[in-house]
Design a protein around this ligand. Structure first.
Ligand code: UFG
Length: 327
């Protein structure tokens, strides 16, 4: 049985679907504070919070857990600048409850949702795994701290882990059953698509004076289904006896905010109203992954590297679920 914390969230739910398709038994542990019951397409769902040690222990007592895929965390950069307490408590204390339960119950494998935010302002792109990690916000700091916790839990207790450092997760399940639903929404693609659905007046482009080809920020957008696939590969690697490690998860291809707006217009056939807005604090100009290590060591290849496909799948989801899981 695979325990998936945060399996009712955006990336978690797509990974649960992929695990089920592979024939794995899955138990999702999710507080449903930010996750959605309907996002869990199968397996068991246990409603609970990682801060509740007894609830965590109960899951390990009830199910025979072979490995853990750990998504549950707060993940908003801006919010973490305002309320770091929430982030350190939830992401670190909650995470510690999880790995301590793994120790007590003899579970020795974990895949961890880390982030490109652990690198902070990059010295250059593409970023590979040996790039120094200097987070510029509490969210990234919690992800880096937990990577370090996992490193030492391997040294002392033999728990093997793979930390996957996501770049910009995007898109939705190609079959259209699950997708992205955050409240409040802060990510670029849903904001563009919600604008096209008439839910927002326009897209505010955060800075048109960056040191990039068209002046807008460059990011590496990766399809959530390709992200999910990397989790399955990382899990299989640990099962084959791989050592603890970390991988970047991106396509290695940078797209600017303006290019994303153009691509959305191409995919939907609609004009995206947008306006220039001030830079958003904490945004690096460019974040692009080197995904060589993931490709070489885990044989990962993105199935949907084209941002137009990513936007097409996201549009399928948003246009059929304009209120997300509530509608
Ligand atoms: N952007 C806009 N207008 C908007 C929203 C976003 O111009 O209304 C721009 C941002 O400035 C950025 C790009 O679009 O340049 C992408 O922004 P997102 O908010 O979609 O994503 P981020 O790159 O800020 O964040 C992502 C993950 C975080 C992670 C971060 C760094 O969502 O969890 O990458 O790794 F921390």
């Amino acid at each position: 049985m695979i325990l998936v914390t945060g399996g009712a969230g955006y990336i978690g739910s797509h990974t649960v679907k992929a695990l089920l398709l592979e024939g794995r038994d899955v138990v999702v542990f999710d507080s449903l504070e930010l996750g959605h019951r309907d996002a869990v397409l199968g397996g068991e769902l246990v409603e609970g919070n990682l801060l509740d040690k007894d609830a965590v222990d109960a899951v390990f007592n009830k199910y025979s857990i072979d490995a853990v895929v750990h998504f549950a965390a707060y993940a908003s950069v801006g919010d973490s600048m305002v309320s770091p307490d929430k982030y350190f408590t939830n992401n670190i204390e909650g995470g510690l409850n999880l790995v301590n339960a793994m120790r007590e119950h003899g579970v020795g494998r974990i895949i961890f949702s880390s982030s490109a935010a652990t690198y902070g302002e990059p010295m250059g792109v593409p970023i590979d795994e040996s790039h120094p990690q200097n987070p510029t916000n509490p969210y990234g700091e919690t992800k880096l701290m937990f990577e370090k916790i996992l490193k030492w839990y391997d040294v002392a207790y033999g728990i093997k882990s793979v930390s996957l450092r996501y770049f910009n997760a995007a898109g939705a399940d190609p079959e259209g059953k699950i997708g992205e639903d955050h409240t409040p929404e802060g990510h670029l693609i849903p904001i563009i698509l919600q604008t096209l659905l008439g839910q927002r007046e326009n897209v505010k482009v955060f800075g048109c004076d960056w040191d990039t080809p068209d002046g807008t920020c460059v990011r590496d957008y990766i399809h959530v289904t390709d992200l999910a696939d990397a989790h399955l590969r990382a899990l299989a690697a640990l099962e084959r006896g791989a050592e603890t490690g970390a991988y970047n998860l991106g396509n290695g291809d940078g797209q600017s905010v303006k290019q994303m707006i153009d691509a959305a217009e191409e995919v939907t056939g609609k004009k995206v109203p947008w306006m220039a807005a001030p830079r958003r604090p904490g945004d690096p100009a460019k974040l692009v992954a080197s995904s060589k290590k993931l490709k070489n060591e885990l044989g990962w290849q993105p199935k949907y590297p084209d941002v137009r496909t990513i936007i097409e799948h996201a549009w399928r989801w948003h246009s059929t679920h304009p209120q997300g899981y509530a509608g």
